[in-house]
Design a binder for this molecule. Structure first.
Ligand code: PLP
Length: 429
């Protein structure tokens, strides 16, 4: 399998190169040259999650790893459960939050960390921007790994306290910066660092963001697991709470491989660049708005060019397969309450996807909404809507008492550059 830089299609990379480089020339995103169709879906769906994921990923990693190594990578990365939980007739939650950082990001981050431990040579710096959950997943996946330094930027005050504690209390090889701005500003600094010649010549840099194709490929696997667990494999509609559109991209790759998903609902919050684009064909990001679903406060979704690339030969299909839908904070709160009424506690991103699904789902369809984070990560918002405390999962009871180790900084590229190259000029919190 070759990977194309979709900005400069003449740049072609192997899996190992695409994953270790993160981004192609001119900040271009890598994407598989072809999507391998799967021949025997029925057999595949009967396999265990790990066994099936190895089978799927074999097509993408090519000769980067021997079969035994890939099996080890996948079984170490995906060592927690994926649950499809019924919430009402024909409606199911795909719970992706049972990993170490309690969010779907664990799949991609852990797979990437395992791949890099086999592919990297010498000290590597992982530089990543997070709107909430990537930070924790990346920090936990690379924590205490030899020769790996992790630098994480996040928008100060725009992630939940539990999210912040999950990755800003670890220390050791994990450095965290609270940037006085929004997620887009953090992402812009990361992108600029990847373009900076001095940085590139001085350190080996990698981004563990969803711009790294390795992460997206790992996410493809749980769509197969979802379908395997559903009671019927027909007329499946999947609703995805979308920010950077990585999850949707992974779902579309799974569908292109032959997974029977009829439609995807791309549910956004008020950062509705994609729904408006579908309406009027004009790509016009507004300034980022802060919402209840902070991990999706992204006005310029990074992965959307990959989706357009996937459908470049059939743009009409893109519009028939994806139904975008923008959800207000009021509606999201209503969905948290509505789910609670039917005995399901969901955090806002998950509830937003449920609300969007209910808008479109017909009686003859099966609806699946993605549970992207554990409710405890957003307990304050949920507890304002429901009558009980959100239960803290085992192992996380003392997290909130740990001190934060982050540094607060202005959104200043030179400052981050200085830190990456070694100087200590950020203000301590
Ligand atoms: C809880 C949660 N839900 C949804 C999303 C959006 O996912 P994506 O960026 O893949 O669209 C994120 C992304 O950070 C998230 O953390």
């Amino acid at each position: 399998m070759k990977y194309i830089n979709i900005k400069h299609p003449e740049q072609v990379a192997s899996f190992a190169q695409a994953v270790t480089m993160g981004l192609g020339r001119d900040r271009g995103l890598f994407f598989p040259e072809t999507i391998p169709p799967l021949s025997d879906l029925a057999t595949l769906l009967r396999m265990s999650f790990v066994e099936r994921s190895v089978e799927i990923l074999t097509h993408f990693v090519d000769d980067a790893f021997e079969q035994k190594t890939l099996e080890k990578i996948v079984s170490r990365a995906f060592n927690f459960s994926v649950n499809v939980t019924p919430v009402e007739t024909h409606v199911f939650a795909l719970e992706l939050f049972h990993g170490p950082s309690l969010a779907f990001k664990d799949f991609g981050a852990r797979f990437l960390a395992e791949c890099l431990s086999h592919l990297s040579s010498g000290p590597t710096t992982i530089l990543t921007a997070t709107s909430g959950d990537t930070g924790a997943a990346v920090a936990h996946a690379f924590f205490d790994q030899p020769e790996i330094r992790v630098v994480i930027l996040y928008p100060e005050g725009r992630i939940s306290q539990f999210q912040e504690k999950l990755f800003c209390t670890l220390g050791k090889n994990i450095e965290t910066f609270a940037v006085r701005s929004d997620f887009d500003a953090c992402q812009a600094i990361v992108k600029q660092a990847f373009e900076d010649q001095t940085i590139r010549q001085s350190i080996q840099l990698n981004s563990a963001n969803s711009i790294n194709i390795g992460r997206l490929l790992a996410q493809v696997c749980y769509y197969f697991e979802a379908v395997a667990q559903l009671p019927s494999h027909e007329s499946i509609v999947v609703s995805i709470p979308s920010g950077n559109f990585g999850n949707l991209t992974a779902g579309l790759i799974a569908r292109a491989m032959g997974l029977p998903i009829q439609k995807f609902i791309a549910a956004t919050n008020a950062n509705d660049t994609v729904p408006r684009y579908f309406d009027n064909n004009i790509w016009a990001p507004n300034p980022t708005k802060a919402t209840l679903t902070n991990a999706m406060d992204i006005a310029e979704p990074n992965n959307f060019p990959r989706i357009e690339w996937l459908f470049k030969d059939s743009p009409k299909t893109l519009r028939s397969v994806i139904q975008p839908h923008a959800v207000s904070d009021v509606q999201t709160r209503e969905s948290v309450s509505a789910l609670y009424e039917i005995n399901y506690i969901a955090e806002p991103h998950t509830a937003l996807a449920y609300g969007a699904l209910k808008n479109y789902l017909r009686d003859d369809e099966i609806g699946l909404f993605l549970g992207t984070a554990h409710p405890v990560k957003f307990n304050e918002i949920i507890e304002a809507e429901i009558d009980e405390a959100v239960p803290v999962p085992p192992g996380f009871e003392s997290l909130m008492e740990q001190p934060l180790l982050s540094q607060v900084i202005e959104p200043d590229f030179e400052l981050i550059k200085g830190r990456l190259l070694g100087s200590q000029n950020a203000t301590l919190r």
